[in-house]
Unconditional design. Structure first.
Length: 239
């Protein structure tokens, strides 16, 4: 299985956010907020209007979790937990929003998500971090960040296709690959130094110019699979 096939597998599993006992303005706000996610937002009412306003998140007809509308709104308003990569009192929804496809993310959104994972790796300070930059020219602009990460006790790996001469660098291993999935994929994967609770990954592919489709996850099995795939597929060509 390739990285693209993993993304396609996630894409097949659409989730449904059902909003109960709320007005159309609330439902519309949720639809706008999740417009770039593989999530269908539905509106329903309970016969008695009780227990008040709440939402459920389901997949294939199975309810995964539920929370109050107020808590979900607070989560959305809090930019620090919007990616689901930070501790949050609204974790019941966030826990199930990983491995949900996002669509048409911009460079700015991808950078913000990448920084969350890089920051986690920096704070843990051990383990391995793998990042795909598509091309060497993109990696060049990120050298200060990745050399700084490499200054910790982290095993840092960068992957890129050659579109210019390799940059001088220190502190990380550079994998130069003429592979289509490297050219089209943006990923940042942290193994959590072997601790499942610290593992996280962002994986996306460029399907149209500078628009990315993919998912983030902190499922340890998925993180391990991505790292195993990178390790087994791409050898070290340059140090």
């Amino acid at each position: 299985m390739s990285l693209s096939e993993l993304i396609a597998g996630v894409e097949e599993h659409e989730k449904t956010l059902t909003v109960f006992n709320a007005g159309e303005d609330v439902v519309a706000a949720f639809r706008e907020r999740f417009a770039d996610r593989n999530v269908t937002v539905r509106q329903e009412s309970t016969p008695s209007g009780k227990p008040g306003e709440f939402v459920t998140l389901s997949e294939d007809g199975e309810v995964l979790t539920a929370t109050s509308i107020t808590d979900l709104q607070r989560m959305i308003e809090d930019a620090d937990v919007a990616l689901g990569l930070a501790d949050s009192p609204y974790q019941p929804i966030l826990d199930h929003m990983d491995e949900t496809m996002f669509t048409s993310w911009s460079i700015e959104q991808m950078v913000a998500a990448s920084r969350e994972i890089e920051d986690r790796a920096w704070r843990v300070g051990d383990g391995s971090l793998h990042a795909g930059f598509q091309y060497l020219s993109t990696l060049r602009g990120e050298l200060p960040v990745y050399e700084r990460l490499g200054s910790k006790n982290l095993d840092v790996h960068a992957y890129a296709a050659p579109d210019e001469d390799p940059p001088e660098h220190e502190g990380f291993t550079l994998h130069i690959e003429r592979a289509e999935e490297i050219e089209k994929s943006w990923f940042v994967v942290f193994d959590g130094d072997g601790v499942d609770e610290n593992k996280c990954a962002l994986l996306a592919e460029e399907r149209e110019p500078r628009k990315f489709y993919g998912f983030w996850t902190y499922d340890p099995d998925t993180v391990d699979w991505i790292i195993d795939h990178l390790d087994s597929t791409y050898g070290v060509l340059e140090q």
